[in-house]
Design a binder for this molecule. Structure first.
Ligand SMILES: Nc1ncnc2c1ncn2[C@@H]1O[C@H](COP(=O)(O)OP(=O)(O)OP(=O)(O)O)[C@@H](O)[C@H]1O
Ligand SMILES: [Mg+2]
Length: 349
């Protein structure tokens, strides 16, 4: 049974529909990333799951039991949900140990049980030696760990994380990503992890749910989102590449279709819903090769990336389109050459 079910979930704030008919099942022990641009409704979904907001319509169930909706609203403290915010929200006047133990204090856990659980939570996040310090005496990464320990001390079955790494520098983020993966494996908790960073979502999650304007556009494994995006928005948001207009000539139902693009006909991968007519094609850098005779292109921009060059080209037949290539840095071709599109993913236009 799903640990967490969102069914027809809607949240309106006055005229704004922040969450718009979202259906999503999250499995027990799954690490799900909620990904999307600023303002797409990620935090609102999290606040609905935690019970800080009441849905305008639809319902939320934990392990099959409705906690929000249909006249039901279980308060946040009774949901066994742990939350880690971007801002950490630590008490500056309390020691690390007291910050971590605070939820236990509120729940009236005392004595040996209290000490044992605080020590275990600090141990889990690698902060056992810093229990007596105050937040001001810690680095950003250590503060983030305190916030994490404070969440884990209540052994939540669902952990909600709202952009927990947004305040950290690049190196610390990479180290903390490893930490989150380890914690997920160790605790077995169901995790819902908000981010607007697609690389972070790809690195961490079993599955990514992409939100846009309050709507769930696609929920799939990182590999699937990358290779078979359901819509141009997902294709543009996940990984690098281009989305260009094409025409489907024939869709023969074997997972490929004949597409007319830049005056040539090619067979590309496509989903079940694709019909003959206008379509969009997602083309990744690895789909494109340089050939003797192919589609003539003009170089528009070149960036050395260390080991290879990223090159933006415009087909001569469609000068407003931009395709992205990766070529060995040592042997970049001149300002005009020819390419073949060996692969691509066709989406309904
Ligand atoms: N309490 C509120 N009252 C009115 N509008 C709100 C409220 N909370 C959120 N909104 C609006 O709902 C939409 C979704 O907001 P939300 O905070 O969920 O976005 P987000 O995806 O978390 O964005 P970000 O990546 O910037 O944190 C936005 O248009 C926002 O302005
Ligand atoms: Mg947010």
């Amino acid at each position: 049974m799903a640990a967490l079910s969102l069914r027809g979930l809607v949240k309106r704030f006055g005229a704004v529909t922040a969450v718009d008919r979202v259906d999503l099942e999250i499995a027990n022990g799954e690490f799900l990333a909620l990904l999307g641009p600023s303002g797409c409704g990620k935090t609102t979904v999290l606040r609905l799951i935690a019970g800080f907001e009441k849905p305008s319509a639809g319902e939320i169930a934990f392990d099959g039991t409705v906690v929000s909706g249909a006249g039901m609203h279980l308060p946040p403290e009774r949901r066994r949900v742990g939350i880690v915010f971007q801002s950490y929200a630590l008490w500056p006047h309390m020691s690390v140990a007291r910050n971590v133990g605070y939820p236990l204090e509120v729940a009236k856990v005392r004595g040996r049980e209290y000490d044992r659980r605080v020590a275990a939570a600090l141990e889990t996040v690698g902060l056992a030696g810093l229990a007596a310090r105050r937040p001001a005496e810690l680095s950003g990464g250590q503060r983030q760990r305190v916030a994490l320990a404070r969440c884990l001390v209540m052994t939540p079955s669902v952990v909600l994380l709202d952009e927990p790494l947004a305040n950290l520098d690049v190196h610390l983020r990479a180290a903390m990503e490893d930490e989150f993966r380890r914690l997920h494996a160790e605790t077995g908790a169901t995790m819902v992890y908000i981010t607007h960073d697609q690389a972070e979502a790809m690195a961490l999650a079993d599955r990514i749910a992409v939100l846009d304007g309050g709507r769930l556009v696609q929920a799939a494994t990182p590999e699937r989102l990358y290779s078979e995006p359901a819509a141009p928005m997902v294709a543009g948001f996940i990984g690098e590449g281009a989305v260009v207009d094409a025409r489907v000539v024939a869709a023969d139902g074997d997972g490929r279709c004949a597409v007319r693009l830049y005056g040539r006909e090619m067979r590309l991968r496509c989903g079940a819903g694709v019909r003959p007519g206008p379509a969009k094609v997602c083309i990744r850098p690895e789909d494109i090769g340089v050939v003797e005779t192919g589609i003539p292109v003009a170089v528009r921009r070149r960036r050395y990336k260390g080991g290879y060059s990223a090159i933006d080209v415009a087909p001569v037949a469609a000068p407003d389109d931009r395709l992205l290539l990766r070529l060995p840095a040592a042997s970049p071709p001149g300002d005009g050459f020819e390419i073949e599109i060996a692969d691509g993913w066709v989406m309904p236009g």
